[in-house]
Design a protein around this ligand. Structure first.
Ligand code: XIL
Length: 349
């Protein structure tokens, strides 16, 4: 019975496409290689794949001037074999930097600019035939007071080695370099903590809008905004301010994508797995429906299975109480959860 129901449920990719929506998920090359059931799930459910690590600086340029595309190529070959597209993530970010990079950036402006431009040039040149959509800037906006990790600044831009070496101009430098290398690439600025109904999320929405408006006014090449959507049930969500935010971005002529959706459960958990999954699903449906109402047409989850989520595997973001959290559409046995049904409902199926 359960198996028959599962087989009858349409894959997320198909249900989404029927509504003009692209569904994707972040994927890990070592699991594609080692786990056929994991690979089959991604083949079945996703139109779009995003490498969870394999296209970060640390993966692509582990030593200065030495570029390695092996892990990324593995994901790419899988995508080609399953008629899927790949998005690139991420060219300029303050995390996943190889150890050699921050001190090299700190050597000064000319050196930092050369590193930034060369990385973008080499990576986009090598991937341009297959990746048409890149997070060129990841998390450039600062976190206001009240955030989980407030930034030590009053400014709109996050203090990073790039900002320290190059000033605010590093944003345009990265975007323009990407455009010069690839005239028709979809260039995306991706950021987080702009989704929920808290004072600090409202302030971060304002900061992101100011940063983006300035870029658009200066005619910097920018096509899309990625909203990560690492949601947290400890924070309230209200559709209206979020929809207004998505619309404000769309009015600037930008596409909006949901790029890293997952859900952190509340601090005090309801009793039992069914109630927990229902709470997560309810948030997913409200959020994704709002995103679509605002004009987003791409929805990407940060993984597919609870088993493999960074929120389960990574100590600094895992629950402190030792409970294994349930943040994604499939469980640790790769069985569909209410999260998945919530996506289907939000897609309008
Ligand atoms: C995370 C990955 O999921 C982890 O496996 C890795 O160790 C750290 O990065 N925002 C991003 C993603 O843009 O790249 C992050 O991914 C999650 C937060």
């Amino acid at each position: 019975m359960a198996a028959a129901q599962e087989a009858a449920a349409p894959p997320l990719r198909q249900a989404a496409l029927a509504r003009g929506i692209t569904f994707g998920a972040a994927v890990r090359s070592e699991l594609l290689r080692a786990d056929p059931a994991y690979a089959a799930l991604f083949a079945r459910e996703a139109t779009l794949l995003v490498p969870e690590w394999e296209a970060k600086w640390e993966a692509l340029q582990p030593r200065e001037g030495e570029f390695t595309f092996d892990a990324l190529t593995e994901i790419l070959n899988f995508a080609i074999g399953h008629n899927q597209r790949l998005r690139g993530h991420a060219l300029v970010w303050h995390e996943a930097m190889p150890a050699w990079l921050p001190p090299a950036i700190a050597e000064g402006r000319a050196r930092a600019q050369a590193l930034l431009e060369n990385h973008i040039l080499q990576v986009l040149t090598a991937t341009r035939d297959h990746i048409r959509d890149w997070d060129v800037l990841n998390e450039p906006v600062s976190n206001p007071p009240g955030s989980d990790q407030p930034s030590a600044t009053d400014g709109d831009l996050r203090p990073t080695p790039w900002l320290a070496a190059l000033g605010p101009a590093y944003l345009e430098m990265a975007l323009s370099t990407a455009r010069q290398v690839d005239r028709t690439l979809r260039i995306t600025l991706n950021d987080y903590a702009v989704e929920e109904d808290t004072p600090w999320a409202a302030e971060k929405r304002a900061r992101l809008l100011r940063v983006v408006r300035r870029l658009v006014e200066r005619r910097a090449p920018l096509d899309a905004i990625g909203i990560q959507a690492h949601l947290q049930l400890r924070n309230p969500f209200s559709p209206a301010p979020f929809i207004a935010f998505v619309r404000a971005l769309r009015e600037l002529g930008l596409a909006v994508m949901i790029t890293e959706l997952d859900v952190r459960e509340a601090d005090a958990l309801p009793d039992g797995v069914a109630a927990r999954d229902a709470a997560v699903a309810e948030r997913v449906q409200a959020f994704v429906a709002a995103a679509i109402e605002g004009g987003a047409r791409t929805v990407i989850t940060w993984g597919l299975t609870d088993r493999d989520s960074w929120l389960v595997r990574q100590a600094d973001v895992a629950r402190r109480d030792g409970v294994t959290t349930r943040p994604l559409p499939f469980d640790d046995q790769l069985r569909p959860k209410p999260f998945r049904d919530a996506l289907l409902r939000a897609f309008g199926g």
